[in-house]
Design a protein around this ligand. Structure first.
Ligand code: AGP
Length: 614
């Protein structure tokens, strides 16, 4: 996601645009830029890097401008560099646009515009959109507002756009669908932003633009809102009671809680444009070119650290179960130093949210030198690991600010599900009927995750209040949920500082059971799987030693409900997808315990969001 700001008025345009962008950097900071309309000419300043670097680029006194737009980028199309930064000119340079969202049919539109003589300087979908608008405006001889509506009826995807026209010094055109956009109503000035944080000290009177609505903002005529099909809209002016800090967190107390709750959207965004349920198709852009290598691979090695390593373990279960290709998962830090045997037949998948983890980067560089094919699963477009990989698939989770990784984990697992299903289908291992039903179930996962978040938070908080003073905690899971147990333990220990261990449930008898007593809570993932009965036995073994059991169960499971001390119910899904569901209660349990212990949830002691050193 990106941050966008716009301004029309006669006060301090420079201060609003720059400070406003700084407040939106939590939405992405790959690059930033502004455009101002001065002496009937649009001037753009933009570059890769943070807003503070942009400031050094800006020359001249732009305060004499009355209209300006600004953008801080979280790259989705085109790597972060100066050219791909926003704002973007139209070909004639008479228009400029900023955009937050994804135009999914940009490639097709671009081809059509090229045939009509348009050329492009960037790789972005945004430049395609502004040239489509310019083409319609000039060829159909309509107003900018009308051209925007016609164009938006042709695009597929999500957008929050702000457009300025050098021919009109008292007009900004704004439109949105699926990405946030809000107006601040000032005294003879109007503010536009992705959320109210950039203008909250100037005004708390806001209008939230609705989906498929277009606003024409003018100092003289005020705000006029219509739908893209020309229906007149009556905007509702709200008075905000929020503080600045709250707004950046979207009203949540911590970024971690915000990101836990963003998972229905981040999973949806990771699937968007890749999973086409109606036609039973899964396409993964960066994967297609190396599909044959994957299909002929003798072995797939998955590398990562921390949570990303846990996602890799889930990936192992998925790929081996669905595609029958041998998979090895290794800590990147171990792999790089043990003189591993690597051949040109090997595929190495690097998993990394930041794309900057030193151990993972070094490990794939080693594998690449030895001839392996490197496939990166990263959340930051253009990051070092993404650039070091031959190909890859981005998790579209948006910036993850909380040090404890949450939405990135479920997005990584989602990419592994897509890879495993594609390989299984291509190898003819799965019947087309099963393939279609798995695609349909995967399509429902964002909703199921949303249901979990809506239904279990208060239960997780209650259980957290009982066990917040525990010194140790055990997490048990079997099969594909063993890595989820590891992930739950990592979440608890890294944000609450309680010692926690994840174990395969069957392994408990080989030592950890000695730890069980009434002071040792044990979290057991007991969702319906082929090993369900064995997990029930493990719960009974813990109970027989006075251990306290917190069980994650599927709705309606009375067997475990009758033996566990606490249960958290989650919806049923295909066993192979269950990590996406079972992880959520563990994230919330750890979050609430950490908050109750007064820990700094977003920035736990001794930790960094990205370990770029060895
Ligand atoms: C997870 O909550 C931690 N923040 C940490 O283990 C993290 O997953 C690990 O450092 C790997 O980071 P990466 O995904 O950015 O490579």
């Amino acid at each position: 996601m990106c941050g966008i700001v716009g301004y029309i008025g006669s006060k301090n345009i420079y201060k609003y645009l720059i400070n406003g962008l700084k407040r939106l950097e939590y939405r992405g900071y790959d690059s930033s830029g502004i455009a101002v309309l001065k002496d009937s000419k649009i001037e753009i300043f933009k570059k890769k890097g943070k807003v503070s670097e942009l400031e050094e680029l800006i020359t001249g006194d732009i305060n004499s401008s009355k209209i300006g737009i600004g953008h801080t980028r979280w790259a989705t199309h085109g790597i972060p560099n100066d050219i791909n930064s926003h704002p973007h000119y139209s070909q004639s340079k008479k228009l400029a646009i900023i955009h937050n969202g994804i135009i999914e049919n940009a490639t097709v539109i671009k081809k059509g515009l090229k045939k009509r003589g348009f050329s492009f300087t960037s790789d972005t979908d945004t430049e395609v959109l502004i040239n489509l608008i310019e083409f319609i405006k000039d060829s159909e001889k309509v107003s900018l507002e009308k051209a925007v509506k016609i164009a938006l009826n042709q695009v597929i995807g999500a957008y929050a756009i702000v457009i300025i026209d050098q021919g009109n010094e008292d007009q900004v055109i704004v439109a949105k669908k699926g990405s946030p956009l809000v107006f601040g109503l000032g005294d003879k000035e109007y503010f536009i932003a992705s959320d109210p944080s950039p203008f909250i000290e100037f005004t708390n009177k806001v209008i939230y633009l609705g989906d498929e609505e277009v606003a024409k903002i003018s100092l003289e005529k005020g705000i006029n809102i219509t739908s893209i099909s020309n229906q007149v809209k009556r905007p509702k002016v709200l008075e905000l009671a929020m503080e600045l800090q709250d707004i950046e967190k979207g009203g949540y107390d911590y970024f971690m809680l915000k990101e836990i709750n963003e998972q229905p959207k981040s999973i949806f965004d990771t699937l968007r444009g890749r999973l086409i349920p109606k036609s039973g198709i899964i396409t993964l852009g960066g994967f297609i070119e190396y599909e044959k290598k994957f299909l002929n691979a003798k072995r797939i090695i998955i590398l990562g650290c921390g949570t990303s390593w846990h996602a890799g373990l889930v990936g192992e279960y998925l790929i081996e179960d669905f595609a029958r290709i041998p998979v090895e998962v290794e800590y990147a830090s171990e792999f790089r130093y043990r003189n591993p045997i690597i051949t040109e037949q090997d595929i190495v998948i690097a998993v990394s949210q930041s794309g900057e983890t030193a151990d993972t980067l070094s490990a794939i560089s080693l594998a690449k030198r030895k001839g392996a094919t490197i496939f990166g699963i990263c959340n930051v477009v253009g990051s070092s690991i993404a650039r070091e990989s031959h190909a890859g698939a981005y998790t579209h989770a948006g910036p993850e600010i909380g040090v404890a990784s949450t939405k990135a984990f479920t997005a990584q697992v989602t990419v592994f599900i897509l890879i495993a299903l594609i390989l299984s289908n291509k190898k003819g291992i799965i019947s087309s009927a099963d393939y279609q039903s798995l695609i349909n179930e995967l399509n429902h996962l964002p909703n199921k995750v949303d249901n979990v978040l809506k239904n279990i938070n208060s239960k997780a908080k209650y259980i957290a209040s009982i066990y917040k003073d525990a010194s140790n905690c055990l997490f048990l899971g079997r099969g594909i949920n063993f890595p989820v147990a590891l992930e739950g333990a990592l979440k608890l220990k890294e944000i609450s500082y309680i010692h926690a261990e994840g174990y395969p449930a069957a392994e408990m008898k080989h030592g950890p059971i000695a730890l069980i007593d009434e002071d040792m809570p044990t979290v057991v993932i007991a969702s319906q799987t082929e090993n369900y009965e064995k997990v029930v036995s493990n719960i009974q073994e813990v109970k027989a030693r006075n251990g306290k059991v917190i069980a994650i169960i599927n709705e309606g499971d009375n067997e475990v409900r009758n033996i566990a001390d606490h249960v958290i119910e989650v919806p049923l899904t295909d066993e192979r997808y269950s990590p996406l569901i079972n992880t959520i209660p563990l994230q919330l349990l750890s979050y609430h315990i950490a908050v109750m212990r007064g820990c700094n949830v977003d920035q736990p002691r001794n930790l960094a969001k990205s370990v770029t050193v060895e």
